[in-house]
Design a protein around this ligand. Structure first.
Ligand code: SF4
Length: 371
């Protein structure tokens, strides 16, 4: 059922815009990407900020902009360098899409980022949110952004009952954000809405006493701030049991690269796979390695058990040291492989569970005389 969208009064919209804009001008946080109107910097920062907190993003943003200061540098970079800079930030598809989009921009326009909605929207990874952010902040075009922070502010301010985590409800929030948008300064207005959600109208304990729009807020007036926003219940996070092996051969060990699309796309890991129900983990490790790489290995010893929670699933990985017995690598699943030394390991973009296993790995590899 389509959500009903109310029409906001011009007085209400004007009042909110005025108070919000003045508050933002006075009290906004000094963030590196706010010191520039460069569309590339805005784009990179907004991509990094999706699903990620500001304090986490800042060092990544600095490193990224130092290595790839413009579209041309990013387009020329290789995948592995970009993933290495992105390592730990998560949602790796974002980095791959930025890279592909930069290459497309250089090819089509010599490096000039599109300033029209339709042109920008057709770039890899550019959805409504990124397009609205770049065009409003860098080009003062009247597009309203809607992210989690904006939805929370709107839900409380206007007492919107549409669940914020329901895809079908997004249109209702977008329609309200469009009505409220300050066309005289859309970039400032969008950033102010996001800033309000990030620092004042926070998820658990909103600081209504310091809020610039408290006099307009329906949730505050009716003492219901704790009831908004609403959410639909989600099914539990899936749990995967994995086995993986550090396969040794001639003083090197095997790394495989995940496929270019899907979960943890393009990152490197130790070969392995899912552990079946009632399967012995050591035997499963040897089987998964043979299935995915074609190598026969002898499982030498168990070296670590790693737990990690990614955004959409949790894993429990049993890691073994294995010794190559026979066969040449024939990949079935992974995109690429390398035989590497311990020192070389640092230059590969690895996913979090592999990072967690590294202390145990280093300890055991010295026993196997792997350098
Ligand atoms: S008054 Fe409170 S609940 Fe309402 S928008 Fe401001 S911080 Fe959020």
């Amino acid at each position: 059922m389509a959500a009903q969208v109310a029409t906001l009064s011009p007085d209400l919209c004007d009042g909110i815009r005025r108070q919000l804009g003045a508050w933002y001008d006075d009290l906004k946080r000094d963030l590196p990407w706010r010191r520039t109107g460069d569309p590339y910097a805005v784009w990179v920062s907004e991509v990094m900020l999706q699903q990620t907190q500001v304090k986490t993003v800042i060092p990544y943003y600095h490193r990224f902009m130092t290595l790839f200061p413009d579209v041309q540098h990013l387009a020329r970079a290789n995948d592995m360098t970009i993933l290495k800079v992105w390592e730990g930030l998560g949602y790796y598809t974002r980095a791959r899409n930025l890279h592909r989009a930069a290459q497309q921009i250089v090819k089509v326009s010599g490096g000039e980022i599109p300033s029209q909605w339709d042109d920008l929207r057709q770039l890899p990874g550019v959805g409504d949110y990124i397009a609205a952010a770049v065009l409003s902040i860098a080009h003062r075009q009247p597009y309203a952004v809607v992210d989690g922070n904006v939805k929370r502010v709107l839900a409380r301010l206007l007492l919107m009952a549409v669940p914020v985590n329901q895809a079908s409800g997004h249109k209702a929030y977008q329609a309200m954000a469009d009505q409220l948008l300050d066309h005289s300064n859309p970039g400032r207005h969008n950033q102010a809405m996001m800033e309000l959600g990030a620092v004042i109208c926070t998820p658990k304990t909103p600081s209504c006493g310091q809020c610039p729009v408290h006099s307009f807020c329906e949730a505050r007036r009716t003492r219901q701030t704790h009831c908004y926003p609403t959410r639909t219940r989600r099914a539990g996070v899936p749990h995967k049991q994995l086995v993986a092996g550090v396969v040794l051969k001639n003083g090197r060990f095997l790394l495989t690269q995940r496929p270019g699309e899907g979960l943890l796309a393009g990152l490197w890991e130790f070969p392995g796979g899912l552990l079946g129900v009632d399967e012995d983990s050591a035997a499963a490790c040897a089987s998964r390695i043979e299935e995915t790489t074609g190598l026969k290995v002898r499982v030498e010893r168990h070296i670590a058990a790693v737990r990690h929670a990614y955004t959409h699933f949790k894993i429990h990985m049993e890691l073994f040291v294995c010794v190559w017995q026979q066969g040449r690598v024939r990949l079935n699943g992974p995109a690429a492989f390398r035989w590497v030394s311990v020192a070389q390991l640092e230059s590969y973009p690895l996913h979090k569970a592999v990072h967690k296993a590294l202390p145990a790995l280093r300890h055991h590899l010295t026993r196997f005389k792997v350098k």
